[in-house]
Design a protein around this ligand. Structure first.
Ligand SMILES: *Cc1c(COP(=O)(O)O)cnc(C)c1O
Length: 379
């Protein structure tokens, strides 16, 4: 057994990396007592915009709100269709349903697990108004053909970038952009376990369209242009100043966090590549991978056995995601399904995510990989 218990995500150890700076920032913030709309919120928005090469970042309360704000800003109307991958976290479809829009669920690429232009094209209708590519597990969907298709049909693109902050996408002409800054609006989450996590809930919308950015900002603040003057119906969705000061400190380390994840992923890749029953995560050709998750494909009949075996050896693992969106009780009668979602169905049976975070040690990785190996030698 190894020294520390292995965790899916080790937030405590990550905090200890820059505890002094974070503690100081928190105390300063409490001293200052501007808990809502403190100057650090704007500072963080600017710092993140600079990091992402984005025109505008609007901080908000969480990643689900960020998606809702994006859709409200685009003025989508009840009955409009929004295309989403069937293999994703529920939040993506939830806000669509809440706004009276119709989620149209499409299958994903079997290699990268992300939405494709081909699947989107099959799903288009007269009512299609937007597509939400989800940059699942830390790499971008193949965006260039998606953007071309959507542009030619005048369809908005909202990137759900909750899992891929810091990833980069390279276009065929060599231009490089940040994940989330490729379409009309990008959204992200600062949930503690995300690649850039705060100490509670947080989220942001980003865009290069300053008019849209202004709309998002208004909507997030009760639709108000000036105090007590409300131009739009909005919501209350803010990032606490305390979370902003934490994020300001953690943003400085985001490149280090990403490098640590990529190092752990490379370690896994190398140690697991020779196990014939395992497919290690494939890399998309045009995107870097920031490994929000390290997700294997294993034979369906082995998946739950492997999970139980790992558990027995004190190694946590997770299945993201076990049930296709279209089969969730709340969503099964809602919206439209395109095709048979065969890839999504298969992935739900076959995927398993191993521990992935910024603090994995070589000893832990070795132990995890040895245990996976043991299972497949003698399942
Ligand atoms: C985490 C996540 C969200 C939601 O973010 P919250 O901050 O938890 O609301 C949305 N989409 C995806 C793909 C996510 O992983």
């Amino acid at each position: 057994m190894v020294e520390d218990p292995i965790q899916m995500v080790d937030l405590k150890k990550q905090y200890l990396r820059n505890k002094v700076a974070i503690d100081e920032a928190i105390h300063h913030c409490i001293d200052q007592s501007t808990f809502i709309k403190g100057p650090q919120v704007t500072q963080f928005e600017r710092a993140l915009a600079a990091y992402l090469w984005a025109e505008e970042v609007i901080a908000c309360a969480n990643g689900t709100d960020a998606l809702q704000l994006a859709m409200m800003a685009l003025d989508l109307r009840p009955g409009d269709e929004v295309i989403v991958p069937a293999f994703t976290y529920v939040a993506t479809a939830e806000v669509i349903a809440l706004l009276g829009l119709i989620p149209v669920m499409v299958d994903v690429d079997p290699v990268t697990f992300t939405i494709t232009a081909q699947e989107i094209e099959k799903a288009l209708s007269r009512k299609t108004r937007a597509v939400v590519p989800v940059h699942l597990f830390g790499q971008c969907a193949e965006m260039e053909p998606i953007l071309q298709l959507c542009r030619s049909h005048q369809i908005y693109v909202i990137e759900d970038n909750a899992q891929a902050i810091g990833a980069h996408y390279t276009f065929s002409d060599g231009e490089v952009k940040s994940a989330g800054c490729l379409g009309d609006l990008g959204t992200t989450s600062f949930f503690p376990s995300k690649n850039l996590g705060c100490f509670g809930d947080g989220g942001a919308v980003y865009t290069n369209d300053t008019d849209l950015g202004e709309r998002v900002r208004k909507i997030a603040n009760h639709g108000q242009s000036q105090k007590y003057k409300h131009d739009l119906i909005g919501v209350n969705s803010r990032l606490d100043t305390l979370q902003a000061v934490i994020l300001l400190e953690k943003l400085k380390l985001l490149d280090d966090y990403t490098a640590a994840r990529q190092w752990a992923a490379a370690w896994y890749d190398q140690a697991l590549a020779d196990i014939s029953k395992i497919e290690i995560p494939a890399r998309a050709s045009s995107s870097t991978h920031v490994y929000h998750q390290y997700t294997l494909k294993v034979p369906a009949r082995d998946r739950d056995g492997l999970k139980a075996f790992l558990q027995q050896k004190q190694i946590p693992s997770m299945v993201y995601y076990p049930i296709p969106l279209a089969k969730q009780k709340a969503y099964q009668d809602l919206g439209r399904i395109v095709g048979d979602l065969a890839v999504t169905e298969e992935l739900c049976q076959r995927v398993i995510s191993l521990p992935m975070h910024t603090e994995l040690s070589e000893m832990q990785l070795e132990y995890i990989c040895q245990t996976v190996d043991d299972y497949f030698i003698d399942p």
